[in-house]
Every structure is written in C-alpha cells, then in structure tokens.
Design a binder for this molecule. Structure first.
Ligand SMILES: NC(=O)c1ccc[n+]([C@@H]2O[C@H](COP(=O)([O-])OP(=O)(O)OC[C@H]3O[C@@H](n4cnc5c(N)ncnc54)[C@H](OP(=O)(O)O)[C@@H]3O)[C@@H](O)[C@H]2O)c1
Length: 273
C-alpha cells in the first residue's frame, strides 16, 4: 500500500491532502501537535495514523524520521506543510527563531532524513510549501531574524529558504521529484499567535481566501506527474526555477550554513551530504 506522510495534516491544505490520499487508498501518517485534530480521520482505521510531534524541535524531527523508518519500507508522498505564524519573535529551546525552525529546518531534517525511504518508492514525490520564487530575499547576515523581525513576513523569509532547500535536495537526490508550491491565499486556520492588528487581518483571510479544495486541485496534477526533478508552482501555474530565487550557489551556501548551525548546537550526527 502506498504511504503518504503529511506534516500540517491536521488542518488546512494538509488536512485536505490527507483526505485525498486516504480516498485513493494510501496509508497516511498525519503529523501535528493536536491529538484532538488527529482524530479527524479515525473512520479510516489503521490506514490513517496520527503522530504527535512538535516539529519546531530538532529532536522531534529526528524521532519522527526514526519512527517512520522503523515502520515503513518506503514513503511515496512526503508533504511538508506545518507552519505557525508569530507576530513576535520567539526562539525554540534549540535557540532557533521559531519560523526558521518549523518552516525551514524541520523540512530540511524530514526531507533529507526520509530520502532513503523515498528512494525506495516506485514513484516518490516531495511537496514543500515554499515561496516558489515569490518571497525573500534571504537575509544572509541574519537568518535567525534577530533584527527588525518582520512578523508574519517571517514565513515569507522561510519560503525563500525552502526554495533553496528544494534546489539542494534535488542536486543530492535527483531521482526524487521535489515540488515547491505557493498556493496563494487560502481559507485555512492560519495557525498562529497574532497581535491585535494582525489578528483582525488574518480573520479576514480565513474567510476571503480561496477554498482549500481549489488549492488542492491546483497542486495535485504536479504531485501525480512531476514535470521535472524540481518544479515550482504558483497558484496552479508552473513558474521558472532558473531565477535568482533558485540559485544553486545560494542553495549550497544555505546547506553549509545549516550544517554549521546544527553542529554548533551539538547535532553533528544530523549532517546530510
Ligand atoms: N493558507 C494560505 O493562505 C497559505 C498561503 C501561502 C502558503 N501557505 C502554506 O501552505 C501550507 C499549509 O498551510 P495552511 O494554511 O493550510 O495551514 P494551517 O491551516 O495554518 O495549519 C497549520 C498546520 O501546521 C501544524 N503545526 C503548527 N505548528 C506545528 C508544530 N510545532 N509541529 C507540528 N505541526 C505544527 C498544525 O497542526 P496542529 O494544529 O496539530 O499543531 C496545522 O496542521 C503551509 O506551509 C503554509 O505556509 C498557505
């Protein structure tokens, strides 16, 4: 039975994609923090499994990789969708800015950590909700956003890092198609902690965004038949990846910086070459 792993599968677009793959007969592992939301797919019995994990922590990502590696011979679909907006800058216990940790580093750790299982699937695909060239620029001298924290714009910065992550991943694992997706504004839960002004704005987005079903319909064709090792999609339209946002030298630079950060924080065994 094909297997799909979906972070952020308890809500929004991730939850809808989980339902899609369950309907197709996949075994689906939904990763999130909220066990109540994890019960959404109980009707599918053992084919839907909820794995509780705080993916903003390095050790939790490593535990998820180990848990999956011990249970599954292969992973067919990996969807990296967990995110949590914060109006105010917060650091995780690992000392990483929270968006950097959840929106970028978790996706780095899960993608590389599960590459072996993805490589064993007949037709694997990774979906990362990145910037698709729309966000950035990368703050090379301030990856942890210590200065002029941009509020919800921190996710945009993470999106730019994810674009570069996709470039590096496909260089290292050319046989595993990687799809980058910016879905536009979608009416989801917009999980996060917001100041009053932002909360009012986000409340509007929760209703005015496009329906989740439309966002799923726009990305599914690219997951079913990825047209290239690295594909970037913006609201259902393929966009070029030969632009500065996908610069291979920047991708290598980010990979090296990420390795250094992990080593500094005593996670040298997590280095992926
Ligand atoms: N919605 C939009 O307009 C929009 C626009 C551009 C890009 N995107 C991207 O699309 C993807 C899906 O977004 P969405 O709006 O559908 O999501 P969402 O409704 O905001 O849900 C966020 C998901 O992330 C999970 N999550 C939050 N913190 C977590 C943590 N520490 N550890 C593990 N899981 C955590 C939540 O699970 P729990 O509640 O179980 O913790 C939830 O399933 C994201 O990558 C987002 O950046 C969305």
């Amino acid at each position: 039975m094909p297997t799909a792993i979906i972070t952020g599968g308890t809500d929004g677009i991730g939850r809808a994609l989980a339902g899609t793959y369950l309907e197709r007969g996949h075994e689906v592992v939904i990763v999130g923090t909220n066990p109540e939301k994890g019960k959404t797919f109980e009707a599918y019995g053992d084919r839907a499994r909820f794995l509780q994990a705080d993916l903003s922590l390095v050790t939790e990502n490593l535990r998820v990789v180990q848990w999956l590696t011990e249970r599954y011979p292969a992973v067919d679909v990996l969807i990296l969708g967990a995110r949590f907006h914060r109006s105010t800058r917060v650091e995780t216990p690992d000392g990483f800015e929270s968006n950097f940790a959840l929106f970028y580093l978790s996706r780095y750790l899960l993608g590389h950590g599960l590459a072996g299982l993805l490589g064993r699937a007949e037709r694997a695909v990774v979906l990362n909700f990145g910037g698709s060239g729309r966000t950035g620029p990368v703050r090379w001298d301030d990856l942890q956003l210590r200065h002029d924290y941009p509020g919800t714009g921190a996710l945009g910065h993470g999106g730019a890092l994810c674009d570069l992550l996709g470039v590096h991943f496909t260089e290292v694992h050319p046989g595993i198609p990687y799809v980058m997706n910016h879905p536009g504004v979608v009416a989801t839960s917009f999980a996060g902690e917001y100041d009053t002004a932002t909360a009012t704005f986000v409340d509007r987005l929760r209703t005015s965004g496009k329906p989740v079903a439309q966002a799923v319909a726009q990305i599914l064709p690219f997951l079913d038949a990825p047209p290239a090792p690295l594909t970037a999609v913006l609201e259902g339209v393929r966009v070029p990846t030969d632009t500065p946002a996908f610069d291979p030298a920047d991708a290598a630079r980010l990979h090296q910086l990420t390795e250094e950060l992990l080593t500094q924080r005593a996670y040298p065994s997590v280095i992926f070459r």
